[in-house]
Design a protein around this ligand. Structure first.
Ligand code: SF4
Length: 369
């Protein structure tokens, strides 16, 4: 009997698994080898309503009302082929040199969702069946990139690829298998040893990832927030405690890990709330050998389009989206977003710099935005 490469920690039980009510497979996707794995996983998860479409158009996503359309879309997994436009990696500052999308859309219900306003149509989750082509972007762009490559702080990570721009890849992993396969291929050195993957998640089903020989070439960040904000706004995700247990398990399995603290909100009592969060993280990671932990902080912002979409999805939300309490910022393409005023930003930034250094020493802040 051969000894295992690494001493794997036991996988904690996941606190939430998303299982779609229906799966739609386009004709082009049905021909892709990875689709068989997706369907195997869906059947194992108990999905009975699987439809092989006769063409490549997704239909029947809309219900009678907007509410019904939302509910239908959020319980549907569409297996599609990524179009050529989605196969070309794009720079994604400040996170990574390049963005690679394993899927588009997310089944969770966060009331501030970053995807609101950036994806059109019903919020269905589309997983890409042409995984080989999607991941080929890692091969073609290895050694290129200027966002983190060549920087003093992060150049040692090699060419970096972000997998969670348009989805939560762990949230759909037990019915797709795409994420573990990407981590495995990069770990096996299929694209050379100068590349690394990164993704962020609000889910905690890490059993598959614990079993992968990742070679420390993937950084898993958990998206976390002050406990009361996570409880109130992160619908359909794993509770914070589950995410922190998963963080510990992955760190013990040798993964590089991280926190995406987002969206940071200046609510009454924010200092106590975020102090509690940082202390919970410290406890969760206590005693982990060779810990490589980074932090990234994204403050809450919204655009006119995202506010519209979010109020359509969550009409009773208590999320503050008051233009008068914010500062307007224009992008170089003329788009408007509403961020916290300069003074509030400065206060929060200074607080986090001090408290991160004292509560999570050795965890560099990669960026604040
Ligand atoms: S987990 Fe991320 S992508 Fe999914 S609903 Fe929440 S904010 Fe949106």
């Amino acid at each position: 009997m051969t000894a295992p490469l690494i001493d794997l920690p036991a996988a904690p039980a996941p606190t939430r698994l998303w299982t779609p009510k229906r799966v739609l497979v386009t004709r082009a996707a049905a021909e892709q080898p990875h689709t068989a794995e997706i369907l195997r996983r869906c059947e194992a998860a108990g999905v009975e309503d699987i439809t092989l479409l006769t063409n490549d158009r997704l239909t029947g996503l809309r219900g009678e009302t907007e509410r019904e359309t939302y509910a239908r879309a959020k319980t549907t997994l569409a297996v599609v082929v990524a179009p050529p436009s989605a196969l070309k990696p794009q720079p994604i500052p400040p996170s990574a040199d390049w963005r690679i999308d394993l899927a588009k859309g997310c089944p969770a219900h966060c009331q501030y969702c970053y995807l609101a306003g950036s994806l059109s149509g019903p919020p269905v989750t589309r997983v890409y069946a042409n995984l080989d082509e999607v991941l080929d972007g890692v091969r073609t762009h290895a050694g290129l990139g200027t966002v983190t490559s060549g920087t003093a702080e992060r150049g040692h990570e090699g060419t970096t690829f972000e997998l969670s721009c348009y989805t939560d890849p762990l949230g759909i992993e037990h019915v797709t298998g795409s994420l573990a396969e990407a981590v495995r291929r990069v770990g096996a050195g299929r694209y050379g040893d100068g590349v690394s993957l990164r993704f962020t998640t609000k889910f905690d089903d890490v059993a598959d990832l614990l079993a992968v020989d990742h070679q420390r070439r993937t950084r898993v960040r958990f998206s976390v927030n002050a406990p009361e904000l996570a409880r109130r706004f992160d619908g359909g995700t794993s509770p914070l405690a589950g995410r922190l247990t998963a963080l510990r398990s992955l760190a013990l399995a040798g993964y590089r890990v991280g926190l995406t603290i987002a969206p940071v909100m200046a609510y009454p009592g924010w200092r106590e709330g975020y102090a509690d969060l940082l202390d919970q993280v410290g406890l969760a990671l206590d005693g982990v050998p060779d810990l490589d932990l980074t932090t990234e902080i994204i403050t809450h912002r919204f655009t006119p389009a995202s506010k519209d979409v979010l109020l359509g999805w969550y009409p009773h939300t208590k999320l503050e989206m008051d233009e008068d309490a914010r500062t307007q910022k224009r992008s170089k393409f003329g788009g408007v977003k509403y961020v916290y005023p300069r003074q509030t930003m400065a206060e929060m930034r200074s607080w986090f710099s001090t408290e991160l250094a004292s509560r999570l020493p050795g965890a560099p802040l990669l960026y604040w935005t």
